[in-house]
Design a protein around this ligand. Structure first.
Ligand code: NDP
Length: 249
């Protein structure tokens, strides 16, 4: 069995990724921020698929928590073959670019960008030490390339993940570690629940997503399985869009 750490795997896209990986033969470390009950549900569903699950509560935006997360994730199954940087947050309040606060910017950068950057660094160092030809997958967003001026801080963090992916892909290739960015479109989760009616119209009536349906966490999970297994052995630094064609507009 291979072992994966999925950040933010208690709910939404992270849960979908964790279950898809369990179905593909990975034991999964389920990281979460505060929602223990949801994390336990994900773990129970992983075990129903015949894989092992371990829970680690940690805020990926906090350096001490990240160090403990990496250690506990390695201890859980004797090493890691895969890191999936999924945990991320949207702004609490959308604010025009000219009114955005440093407080919101710092929070988003800490969780959405700094967290994945240093988790990637720390997990990669351990993969190198152990001679593991592992994989790193980071979940960014179509917000990496759409200029939404009422949530610029979020867009900046997601765009940064694209360059982060290229940088680590270039640096880690000599160690046989490959690195991918998966860019979801509009996916039905708690994060998009608050704007469901607005997006129903944009997706189903206006066709903002050309394949006129909401994306699901399972859609993203399948893409992660595709890059995390050996289906693409000569690829690294690639972007995989899981967006029903959103990027074609
Ligand atoms: P949700 O809000 O539904 O779930 C967020 C998950 O991340 C939860 O498991 C939550 O844990 C965890 N989490 C939140 N903050 C932290 C933290 N500081 N440290 C560790 N874990 C944390 O989000 P989605 O599933 O919708 O989004 C997942 C990722 O996909 C994010 O990076 C998001 O930006 C990205 N994305 C989402 C899209 C969408 O349409 N939904 C589109 C494009 C990208 P807990 O349950 O404990 O709170």
């Amino acid at each position: 069995m291979s072992a994966a750490l999925v950040t933010g795997a208690s709910r939404g896209i992270g849960r979908g990724i964790a279950l898809a990986l369990a179905g593909a033969g990975f034991d999964v470390v389920v990281n979460y921020a505060s929602n223990l009950a949801a994390a336990e549900d994900t773990a129970a569903d992983i075990e129903k698929l015949g894989a092992r699950a371990a829970l680690v509560r940690a805020d990926v935006g906090d350096a001490e928590d990240r160090a403990r997360l990496v250690q506990e994730a390695h201890d859980a199954f004797g090493g890691l073959d895969l890191l999936v940087n999924n945990a991320g947050v949207a702004p609490n309040v959308r604010a025009d670019l000219l009114e955005a606060t440093e407080e919101s910017f710092d929070r988003l950068v800490g969780i959405n960008l700094k967290g994945p950057y240093f988790l990637t660094q720390q997990v990669a160092l351990r993969m190198i030490d152990a001679g593991v030809r592992g994989k790193i997958v980071t979940i960014s967003s179509m917000s990496a390339y759409t200029a939404s001026v009422n949530r610029g801080d979020y867009c900046v963090t997601k765009a940064g993940l694209g360059m982060m992916t290229k940088l680590f892909a270039a640096r880690l290739a000599e160690h046989g570690i490959t690195v991918f960015e998966v860019r979801p479109g509009i996916i039905a989760t708690d994060m998009t629940g608050a704007v469901k009616e607005k997006y129903d119209k944009l997706i189903l009536a206006d066709g903002i997503t050309p394949i006129r349906r909401w994306g699901t966490p399972e859609d993203v999970g399948r893409a992660v399985v595709a890059v995390a297994t050996d289906l693409l052995p000569f690829s690294t630094g690639q972007v995989i869009d899981v967006d029903g064609g959103f990027h074609l507009r």
